[in-house]
Design a protein around this ligand. Structure first.
Ligand SMILES: [Fe+2]
Length: 228
């Protein structure tokens, strides 16, 4: 199972230190073992996030940081009971609170293993909302780190367009509309626009790579995505 990860890491992850590579490898493998239904999620989130970073003109160092944060943003879920993560149907308030601990757990793991405070901070705040109703700290607008605001859009889009045991995949156009609807409440509106701009380009890279959400790829192959 590790073969594809090793191949992948030997190509585009060469800028990282050996310790960081090993950490990423272990985390990615662990997540695949525990949550096979989300295989590829962190990879796609990293890809969407780095494309947004390019679109808004962020430098390559920030892009690398963001890519790494995308890969590890949900690792804290290893510390959350599967009883809650896999639960079908509505969660109780206490169960929801337990799941909402995962950004803090991700933060602590990243900091413990890599000492990368910038990555850890991005991960910590990836479920904040610009209206202040997110978690864990209820930060508002630009008090939320830029990387976290980017990750939030990328993460939400992939969650919406992916099939889960408890829901079907949303159509791409519907998901993009949902992002627009959530601009200025859940999402930073500028980042939503940047993401949509990357998505509208002819032949966006992530629609034709092995990192692609299979559902999104299928839609493109069927000619049902209108790339403008
Ligand atoms: Fe998360």
């Amino acid at each position: 199972m590790l073969d594809y990860l090793i191949t992948e890491l030997s190509s585009d992850e060469t800028q990282r230190t050996p310790g960081q590579r090993a950490f990423l490898l272990a985390v990615a493998a662990l997540m695949d073992m525990r949550y096979p239904f989300t295989v590829g999620h962190s990879k796609r989130v990293a890809r969407y996030a780095t494309d947004i970073a390019v679109e808004i003109g962020l430098d390559s160092e920030f892009k690398r940081t963001l890519g790494f944060a995308g890969r590890v943003h949900d690792i804290g879920k290893v510390g959350i009971s599967r009883t809650y993560l896999d639960k079908q149907g509505e969660l109780t308030r206490d169960e929801m609170k337990e799941i909402q601990r995962h950004p803090l757990l991700s933060y602590e793991i990243v900091l413990e293993v890599t000492s990368l405070e910038n990555v850890a901070n991005i991960v910590l705040h990836h479920h904040e909302r610009v209206d202040g109703h997110g978690y864990p700290h209820g930060l508002v607008e630009e008090a939320i780190p830029l990387g976290s605001r980017i990750l939030c859009v990328a993460d939400s889009f992939d969650a919406m367009t992916s099939e889960r045991s408890y829901k079907p995949a949303m159509k791409v156009e519907t998901a993009l509309h949902e992002l627009e609807q959530g601009a200025s409440t859940q999402f930073d509106p500028g980042i939503v626009q940047a993401f949509i701009a990357t998505f509208r380009r002819p032949n966006p890279n992530y629609l034709c790579t092995a990192y692609t959400n299979p559902y999104v790829q299928d839609r493109q192959e069927q000619g049902k995505i209108e790339a403008e």
